[in-house]
Write a protein that binds this ligand. Sequence first.
Ligand SMILES: *Cc1c(COP(=O)(O)O)cnc(C)c1O
Length: 353
Amino acid sequence: MEISYEKAATLKVHPQDSALGFGTYFSDYMFNMDYSPEKGWYNPRIEPYGPLQMDPSTMVLHYGQAIFEGLKAYRTDSGAIQLFRPRDNFKRFNRSASRLCIPEIDEDVVLEALIRLLKIEEKWVPSAPGTSLYIRPTIIATDPYIGLRSSHTYRFFIILSPVGAYYPEGFDPVKIWVTTEYVRAVRGGVGEAKTAGNYAASLYATELANKDGYTQVMWLDGVERKYIEEVGSMNIFFMIGDEIVTPALTGSILSGITRDSVIALAESWGRTVSQRRISIAEIIEAHDQGELKEVFGSGTAAVISPVGRIKYSGREMVVGDGNVGPFAAKLFKELVDIQYGRAQDPFGWVITV
Ligand SMILES: *Cc1c(COP(=O)(O)O)cnc(C)c1O
């Protein structure tokens, strides 16, 4: 597919690597492509980054037909740029699309478009330790219409945001807060799709957690409110005695690529990861018996996020000794080393741009 390219009149001043934070700076260019039932996906183009013009009746603004992905480009020590499992992101993107009645994209075309964009924006991939270029592919419904149905037209875009090191002051455990009052998703709903409304739905409980001094919410299943699902925008793992456990993918949980990578790495080290139902009661019991060795989240943003404390029903449990566990630390190091090209990639996860 022929991708057109419009040059920007002026380029932005790059922020310092030390000032990046997360999600506030955007590169000079974006990729755009439109969809209509007659033409399919058409007019793929790289253009200067800029505002989208839309009618106030644009469907995405009213009914939330929107999906996105999140992945990163990493600068290696030799200056090359690597992507981590990008095809898996585009496969998941298509599963989200299908669930939201959005037309699917051609994974190869979109990966090629991303690589083309990254080659133009190569200098936007930061190089300070732990920094990366966050990539946000998105599709929104664009019909100017407020009757309720799925849109006929769509816009696909990719924007790029240089982001700082997630752990600038060292690998630090987070405090999480279990809600029994609010739920994120139910089986049969859209919990396994990366769709905008899931995140809007999570804000209220997250604010309550923040007010109580916790950084993220741990969600329980929407029906019985007993079984652990995930945390914020991360999947969750527990080490109970010698067993490594993560909730099974039952339809309400996002199928994380980092989650899958953790399972594959653990297995390559001769450990098995049980994917099963796991209740909050089981976690409390393991904690009280001194068997709750480690808890950690997995996701693209933080890679591995060790959990130091869990609050449930007014009671705070300290995980292990409250510090980062050795298994989480080993996973973090290995994953990051593969992403930045410092370790062998026996899984074929990495693509060089
Ligand atoms: C994106 C996301 C994850 C993590 O997925 P990765 O592919 O590992 O980044 C987990 N849970 C939710 C709700 C998410 O949106």
